[in-house]
Write a protein that binds this ligand. Structure first.
Ligand code: TPP
Ligand code: MG
Length: 433
């Protein structure tokens, strides 16, 4: 205590001096990892209340863990969504395509074809299985790790790659960071780099849908770290007050770049429990269990459609890879975490479930993975014909200022003129190749 500054009360005071708690992750690089502190519970254990349940009557579900798939690869308990084999195979395929896409785009960044990429490895169920439980025209407000939703909704992969390469085919004309897609046709709201802004937007959209007497609901995805943003709390308040038909999905992958979830409050309570304080129904779900993710999202969608209110779902999962291509997790966390993580891999668990049902086998899995990789490879080649990021501007410079306002406001007109003048001064001989 010698290095502590003297308290305001001065030396000799017998009042206890105040101190703060600074969270520290369980493991750092090189540490041996055991996840004994994670209480995964038994699959099939948690009850499934009626969708119109009062949030106060389902409090325990904010502290439990809804799980369906057991170690025996069978579905257990009341949350089993009882999906047919075709739907399960489609889900598995969407996951395989997403994983193959992530692999290829990550490599593309390393090869200098784009500046940035973010994988969702290990978290595929939280977006793909969840989104499959929604109607295809329900409006989604994703963060940057839900590429699986677009791929599941049939958005053309080439459009995604064009956007990542900011090339001639990029519908967003190179004005967004790579991976920040947007598709009105697929009810996929433009991704924003400003964390958590999508949460009040989703609630507002859901409120507007209800005001118009529409039947479409909204769902948003936000990382656990981002729930520390004020926007998330404004979203919860509005959702609760107006009983908005919205689902707030919190993807707790336990890391926010190099900050572990403790900095967003994970040491104190669960992320699902945040909902209870607002009077919002809350579920805590095994995010690596595709069936549980589907079942929870469907429960919340049914609730919203019945005008029974919003739901906050915490998907408990693990970010298996780095935050992005700009990150190196070996600098701040133990490499053993990924291997020791007790809830496994969502793709492998779903695969084994289908095999246990007699509806799948290793040969078909291998063929599907090969096909997915080949499809991504061919589409990448096709997109590369439109150019790659490193090869200069693919859209005229002035387009940077267009398409947001119907008429360019005066301050942007001034900015545009200034920017063009600066470029003329910098490159009097014309732009470099
Ligand atoms: C308002 C704001 N603050 C900080 C950042 C920088 N930033 C980008 S991603 C990120 C981590 C977010 O972690 P989390 O919400 O857990 O999502 P995850 O990346 O784990 O999916 C941070 C701090 C930002 N983009 N916006
Ligand atoms: Mg996170």
């Amino acid at each position: 205590m010698a290095d502590r500054p003297e308290s305001a009360a001065g030396q000799g005071s017998n009042k206890p001096s105040l101190s703060l708690h600074v969270p520290e992750p369980h493991y750092r690089p090189g540490d041996a990892v055991d996840f004994n502190h994670v209480d995964a519970g038994e699959p099939g254990r948690d009850p499934r209340p009626d969708e119109t349940c009062d949030p106060a009557d389902m409090r325990d579900l904010a502290y439990g863990l809804v799980r369906v798939l057991g170690d025996d690869d069978r579905a257990h308990g009341p949350w089993d969504p009882k999906l047919d084999a075709d739907t399960l195979r489609t889900m598995l395929k969407n996951m395989a395509i997403t994983r193959a896409f992530d692999e290829r785009m990550f490599r593309g960044q390393r090869q200098g074809k784009t500046s940035f990429y973010m994988k969702c490895t290990g978290e595929e169920a939280t977006s793909i299985s969840a989104a499959m439980a929604l109607a295809s025209d329900d409006m989604v407000f994703p963060s940057y790790r839900q590429q699986g939703i677009l791929l599941s909704r049939g958005y053309p992969m080439i459009e995604m790659i064009n956007q990542i390469y900011s090339n001639r085919g990029d519908k967003l004309k190179g004005r967004q960071l790579p991976i920040m897609y947007s598709s009105r046709e697929h009810s996929f709201f433009t991704i924003s780099g400003n964390l958590a802004t999508q949460t009040p937007q989703a609630v507002g959209w859901a409120m507007a849908s209800a005001i118009k007497g529409d039947s479409r609901i909204a769902a948003t995805w936000v990382g656990e770290g981002s729930t520390a943003e004020g926007d998330f709390h404004a979203a919860c308040t509005f959702a609760a007050v107006y009983n908005a038909p919205v689902i707030l999905n919190v993807v707790n992958n336990q890391w926010a770049i190099s900050s572990f979830s403790g900095f967003a409050g994970a040491e104190r309570t669960t992320f699902a429990a945040r909902g209870l304080g607002y009077g919002v129904a809350a579920l805590r779900v095994d995010g690596n269990d595709a069936l549980a993710c589907y079942a929870a999202e469907r429960w919340a969608a049914n609730r919203a459609r019945a005008n029974a209110g919003p739901t906050l779902i915490e998907f408990f999962t693990y970010r298996a890879e780095g935050h992005s291509t700009s990150d190196d997790p070996s600098g701040y966390r133990s490499a053993q975490e990924r291997e020791e993580w007790p809830l496994g891999d969502p793709v492998m668990r779903l695969k084994r479930h289908l095999i246990a049902l007699g509806e799948w086998d290793e040969e078909r899995q291998e063929a599907m993975d090969r096909e997915a990789a080949e499809m991504v490879r061919a589409t990448t080649k096709e997109a590369e014909a439109n150019g790659i990021l490193g090869h200069g501007l693919h859209h005229p410079f002035r387009t940077m200022f267009e398409d947001v306002f119907e008429e360019l406001p005066w301050h942007l007109r001034e900015q545009a003129e200034q920017a063009i003048k600066e470029r003329e001064i910098k490159f009097p001989e014309g732009l470099p190749k």
